[in-house]
Design a protein around this ligand. Structure first.
Ligand code: GLN
Length: 540
């Protein structure tokens, strides 16, 4: 089959959940046996979100091949289980950089470089995944960030217009809008949707399918009204009501025939609706998980999206352990030795979150000490692991001034040190240790059991290598390894190529494990991450 292209745009307001709809479309087409990829185009100028503050942009998601990307790629991977790559996350900055680099090389042979056609051509090239032609995909789903009418998204819309012309029936546009409910009038209003579609049409794009986000159910009359005002078939107007969980969205879209509508528009036979049994089994588990487990997230960002993948990984691990994970944000900036007992009271376990810079780190260290000495399950991720290591040095090894070189350039006890290859780096963007690296697990350790099953952990000579994604500049200082081991904190995961310590654990505790990598990036709905599974189990 020739590759088909689905463009997902949004109107009226941002935060409608275009990422979830794109991921759901991907899931539904995948369930029909198609080979799919989902990519995100962001209209901002940053080359990637790696340099963006989480308050601006939420979590930075990292692909296995080491690109710092938009958090929507996390949804794509969690929904479909398909790994994305660096070319699934494109920004205006990257587009311009490619074009400008080409211009400096002289590739344009004296031509004037313009938004149309040079920038739009580069956008089109990426939308068509020209560099990945051998992927042999059935569907490429392209989500464009931002809202229709934004100045900065105009070149992307122009590229879509041209592609639709060029590709004919092999391209469709799914446009997501919002239907607000006005309380005083007790009415749902379709006017913003009509305006948004007009705006899209004024750019030369006729939407094929409308997904209406709404907090209240839209009756057929409403949908008919939208259909006739917007020149869209009634069966192509679907509604996306608020759901108790984002994972209900694909089946809700399937029920309304979103995937079938896309296929009909493209002109491929619709056939039977896939049963999606594993997905439904998961949803049943989710609905039946009534018992709660309370888990604290110790970090500095009081924002849902900042630790998105960690939250989702905990939720998923909870569901597979038949419990509802109730997550509580614990602000590490306000955590003190005096209030730690009170702030962590009632929590069955804590995750010490990743991060950069000194703000809030002492609170993370206090939390690590409290949970270590009270034997509360603790999962340190990246900076969180580093803080566990520092706490252990200060309070068990007796180095009161122990610290990370990131926080203290002078300390003689730099138990966390800058990695050798990072020393000469001056540019900030995309220069960390990024992406998937191998890690060898020590047999008999808790992590080995978590990854390979308790039974296998007993078998000698079994495969013991895992691969996990990283995003950091600092690392456990190997000079201290022996001291740590002697005093009870074991280095149980080692990168074979560079001997870097990737995992520490205190075996005598119920669950006290820190990972230098980010396991949260590789947890998916049908494949929850073994470490999160094991951590949540320990919390119960
Ligand atoms: N700031 C730490 C480092 O660079 C940890 C990074 C992180 O938590 N992702 O090593």
């Amino acid at each position: 089959m020739e590759t088909k292209y689905i463009f997902v745009t949004g109107g009226v307001v941002s935060s409608l959940g275009k990422g979830i709809i794109s991921a759901s479309i991907g899931k539904l087409l995948q369930a029909r046996g198609y080979k799919v990829t989902i990519q995100k185009f962001d209209p901002y100028i940053n080359i990637d979100p790696g340099t963006l503050n989480p308050y601006e942009h939420g979590e930075c998601y990292v692909t296995a091949d080491g690109m710092e990307t938009d958090l929507d790629l996390g949804h794509y991977e969690r929904f479909t289980g398909i790994q994305t790559t660096r070319n699934n996350s494109i920004t205006t900055g990257r587009i311009y950089k490619t074009v400008i680099d080409r211009e400096r090389r002289g590739d344009y042979l004296g031509k004037t470089i313009q938004v149309v056609p040079h920038i739009t051509d580069e956008i089109k090239r990426r939308m068509l995944r020209e560099e990945e032609k051998d992927e042999q995909l059935d569907f490429v789903i392209t989500e464009v960030g931002g809202t229709i009418g934004d100045i900065e998204s105009a070149p992307f819309m122009e590229a879509i217009r041209q592609l639709r012309w060029q590709l004919g029936r092999n391209a469709v546009n799914v446009h997501l809008t919002y239907v607000p409910y006005l309380k005083a009038a007790d009415e749902l209003k379709t006017k913003p949707t009509q305006h948004s579609v007009k705006e899209l049409q004024s750019m030369g794009i006729q939407p094929d399918i409308l997904v209406l986000r709404t907090e209240r159910h839209l009756d057929d009359g409403m949908r008919m009204k939208v259909a006739s005002f917007c020149n869209v078939d009634l069966e192509c107007v679907v509604q996306s009501e608020d759901m108790p969980s984002i994972y209900e969205v694909p089946v809700n879209m399937q029920r309304q025939g979103l995937d079938a509508a896309i296929m009909r528009k493209i002109g491929i036979p619709v056939g039977e609706t896939p049963a999606m049994k594993p997905w439904h089994d998961f949803l049943d588990k989710q609905r039946n998980a009534k018992r709660e487990v309370h888990i604290g997230l110790v970090g500095k960002y009081d924002l849902q999206d900042a630790y998105k993948s960690i939250r989702e990984s905990l939720n998923l691990a909870g569901i597979y352990n038949d419990v509802k994970a109730k997550l509580h944000f614990v602000n590490s900036e306000t955590l003190t030795a005096q209030n730690v007992a009170e702030k962590l009271d009632g929590l069955a376990g804590i995750v010490i979150c990743p991060g950069f810079g000194t703000r809030g780190i002492e609170g993370k260290i206090i939390a690590a000490e409290y949970t270590r000495t009270h034997d509360i399950p603790t999962f340190g991720i990246c900076l969180g692991m580093q803080m566990m290591v520092i706490e252990f040095a200060r309070n068990v090894l007796g180095y009161k001034d122990a610290n990370s070189r990131e926080m203290d350039g002078q300390t003689p006890h730099n138990v966390i040190d800058i990695m050798e290859e990072q020393k000469s780096i001056t540019q900030m963007g995309g220069t960390m240790r990024l992406g998937a690296y191998e890690c060898e697990l020590k047999e008999g350790s808790k992590v080995y059991g978590a990854y390979f099953g308790d039974e296998r952990a007993k078998v000698k000579g079994e495969k013991n290598t895992i691969s996990e994604r990283h995003r950091h500049r600092y690392e456990f200082n190997n000079q201290y390894q022996e001291e740590y081991e002697q005093k009870g904190m074991k280095c149980v995961g080692i990168n074979p190529a560079a001997s870097l310590v990737e995992i520490v654990e205190i075996p005598e505790k119920r669950w006290y494990i820190g990972t230098q990598f980010h396991p949260e990036y590789s947890s998916s709905v049908l494949n929850p991450h073994p470490l999160f599974m094991s951590f949540v189990k320990a919390c119960l």
